[in-house]
Structure formats: structure tokens, C-alpha cells
Design a protein around this ligand. Structure first.
Ligand SMILES: [Ca+2]
Ligand SMILES: [Ca+2]
Ligand SMILES: [Zn+2]
Length: 391
């Protein structure tokens, strides 16, 4: 059965499922330009409203520019990132899709930072080890609520896009380079900047923080931002192949006694790494997000009733792979006690009936491994040290 499913999803994924020796595939990603303000708290998962350098939760201000200004900033970010397998959005992605979030608004001085700062990345995240970073772009000094001539606001809005991408560059492990045409220059460029092709001199006050990343493409003290991004995310071709999603356990129609524990096992894969996935039981409004690609799904204690368990995998072009099974928890009838095919007996009822409610669906410690497919074992972000990843 599994083979049939695997064969149906295309050659790239079969390779992924078979594992091991396939060449390391690019890992796509998404950048979320967030103009909406709101809470930022400590932590390293932007989808949980966290940022790595925040110590106490605070309300981040909203962007004061016009909608047109935000659209121009997004367009500029898309222009700069078009050569790579990176999607730029201005609407909050679903939590299960890993993304780098740019909090756009406010001013650095109000946060106790050097007021001259245009933006802030909490870290230079060498080789983009962490996939859910948040960075900041302080937009008030560029585009404020003060009345601006439309033409002026247009030019300033473009800078908002450039500075946002610059900070995201740090969150992907890039450092400052000197060239004025470079997005990674210390100061915002007045020309149309790009991630420059070829080796550029680093422009740093200290030693490089990621010398081994730089050394893959250039001599010491230099950086080829374009080559590094291409190696990480691949080219910006469309991805129209949905992820593979399979619930390995429990099987469809699985019957348990109320309160029994079911350890979920899934198999997920895509033609690109970087996809996200989640599990849900819609009738209970229960959702479990895989915060890391190779997270182990939870074991569930099933309350009495019939429940749909749904798996969804999502790639950065928003192709969806999904699977669902019906699980039923009920006291078996005498006939079923003697039957060896309990799964056939429960196909007759698919409607949920009132169970113990969502509060009875416990997540317990997972005890069995996940049948998870990856193209390579060294996927960034899978070995985040515990103190950096409290969630
Ligand atoms: Ca990162
Ligand atoms: Ca795909
Ligand atoms: Zn910088």
C-alpha cells in the first residue's frame, strides 16, 4: 500500500522517501513583511510572535505609512529576492509554514536601541540554522504618518523593502559587504541593490561570524551573497508539486476503546525541503503544528466518538498535500470482540457524536519514532539547542 502511494507522487519524492544519497536539495522559505504591529515576546519562533533578542514581551508599533507604501516595500523585496526560492508575503502565513518575519514599524530609539539603526537582526544566523527568525525594520524615520508627497513616500517605501531584506539577509547568515550595489551594504543604497554576484569584501569591525559559510564560495574576508542564497534556497522557479503526506498510523477506520492512546506516525516529503506540516482533529478544533520539520507527532488519548485525523503538509508555493483517517473510540460490541476485522465494523458511521470534548484529547509524551523522510540528515533547524527553543 505504501509503495503505491509513494509511486503516485512523482519521481522526486520517491527519491526523497528512499532517502539517503540524493543530492542535497535547496530548502525553500518564506519572508513575511509584517506591517501590522502587535506583541513580540522572547523566543525563537516568529510564528509564536517571538524574537530571539527580546527579553520581555512588548507591543511592537504598526507601520504608519499608507497601504500603497507597504505595497511598494513588498514589491521591492520581491524584486530583490526573485532570483531565489523565496516567497515574499504581506499576510501572515499559517503557523506550520516556517518563515522569517520582518516586524516593520516604530523607531529604534523607542526600544532603547541606537536611534540611528534602520533595522535589527537578533543574530547573524550562520547557514540559516534557525528557520523561524524575526527581525526588525524601524520604519518611522523613513515613512511616517507625517504628510508626505506621494513621490517622496514612494522612494522611502522602497527603502523599507530594501532594509527589510537586508535584515533578513543577516537572519540567513549573511554579513555586511562594502559594495554600494549590495543589499548587504551597511548603509541603504540609493541605486537598485541586489545580492551581488561574485565575491565582495566583507565590511566588518570584527572577524567574520560565519567564516566557513563564506569560505565555501570565496577567499577569506569575502562573501558571495548570491551564490550562498542560491545554494541555500535554489533558483526562483515555481514549485507546482504538492508535498507528500501520509498517515502511517493509525489506519483509516481504526477502532480503539475510549481513552486508549494512539501514537500517530506520519510520512511527509516534498520536492523541496523547508515545507511545513500539521495535524488536526477538526471536530475538536485541535491542532498540532510541527515546529520543526522532523518533529515527532504526539500520542493522543482518544475520547469516545468518531474523529477525523487530518495531516496537512504545505510548501512555500502553497501547494498542499493532505491525508486523513477516521479514528473511532467506543466500547466494542460482543460480536466485534469475536471478530478479527474490527476496522470493517466502524466504516458505517462517519459522523462525530458528542465526546468528552477537546479537553479530553490529551497530548502525551510520544514514545515511537516518526517515519519521516528527508533528503539529507543535516537539515538546518532540526537540532536547535533546548534553551533557544522553549516551545
Ligand atoms: Ca535564520
Ligand atoms: Ca513542492
Ligand atoms: Zn546589517
Amino acid at each position: 500500500m505504501t509503495t503505491a502511494v509513494r509511486a503516485a507522487v512523482g519521481a522526486g519524492i520517491v527519491t526523497a522517501l528512499l532517502g539517503a544519497s540524493a543530492a542535497a536539495a535547496p530548502r525553500r522559505t518564506t519572508v513575511f513583511l509584517d506591517f501590522g504591529g502587535g506583541i513580540v515576546g522572547p523566543g525563537t519562533d516568529a510564528s509564536l510572535d517571538q524574537a530571539g533578542c527580546v527579553t520581555d514581551p512588548f507591543e511592537f508599533p504598526i507601520f504608519l505609512g499608507s497601504e500603497r507604501a507597504s505595497e511598494l516595500a513588498v514589491a521591492e523585496a520581491r524584486r530583490i529576492l526573485a532570483p531565489y526560492g523565496v516567497t515574499v508575503v504581506a499576510e501572515r502565513p499559517p503557523d506550520h509554514l516556517p518563515y522569517t518575519r520582518v516586524r516593520i514599524g516604530g523607531e529604534a530609539g523607542a526600544l532603547g536601541l541606537d536611534p540611528k539603526l534602520n533595522g535589527l537582526a537578533c543574530d547573524v544566523d550562520c547557514d540559516d540554522q534557525f528557520h523561524r527568525d524575526a527581525v526588525f525594520m524601524f520604519s518611522d524615520k523613513w515613512v511616517s504618518s507625517a504628510a508626505l508627497a506621494e513621490l517622496d513616500e514612494d522612494q522611502l517605501a522602497v527603502q523599507v523593502g530594501r532594509i527589510s531584506v537586508h535584515e533578513v539577509g543577516h537572519a540567513w547568515g549573511l554579513e555586511h559587504t562594502g559594495g554600494s550595489g549590495s543589499v548587504m551594504a551597511r548603509f541603504p543604497s540609493t541605486t537598485e541593490p541586489s545580492f551581488v554576484v561574485g565575491c565582495e569584501l566583507l565590511d566588518l569591525d570584527t572577524d567574520s561570524e560565519c567564516p566557513s559559510s563564506r569560505a565555501r564560495h570565496c577567499a577569506a574576508g569575502q562573501q558571495d551573497a548570491h551564490a550562498e542564497l542560491l545554494a541555500m534556497f535554489g533558483p526562483g522557479d515555481p514549485d507546482d508539486s504538492p508535498p507528500h503526506a501520509e498517515i502511517v498510523w493509525p489506519p483509516d477506520g481504526h477502532v480503539v476503546a475510549p481513552g486508549d492512546t494512539v501514537q500517530i506516525e506520519v510520512e511527509v516529503g516534498d520536492d523541496y525541503e523547508g515545507f511545513g506540516w500539521k495535524l488536526e482533529v477538526p471536530q475538536l478544533e485541535w491542532e498540532w503544528v510541527a515546529r520543526q520539520a522532523d518533529a515527532t507527532p504526539p500520542a493522543l488519548v482518544i475520547p469516545e466518538g468518531a474523529w477525523t485525523l487530518r495531516l496537512e503538509a504545505l510548501d512555500h508555493d502553497r501547494n498542499v498535500g493532505e491525508a486523513s483517517v477516521l479514528i473511532e473510540a467506543r466500547v466494542p460490541t460482543e460480536a466485534e470482540d469475536e471478530s478479527s476485522t474490527p476496522s470493517a465494523a466502524c466504516a458505517c458511521r462517519t459522523d462525530p457524536r458528542p465526546g468528552l470534548g477537546w479537553w479530553a484529547l490529551w497530548m502525551v509524551v510520544a514514545v515511537r519514532g516518526l517515519a519521516f523522510t528527508r533528503r539529507r540528515s543535516s537539515t538546518g533547524g532540526t537540532a536547535r539547542p533546548a534553551p533557544r527553543h522553549p516551545a
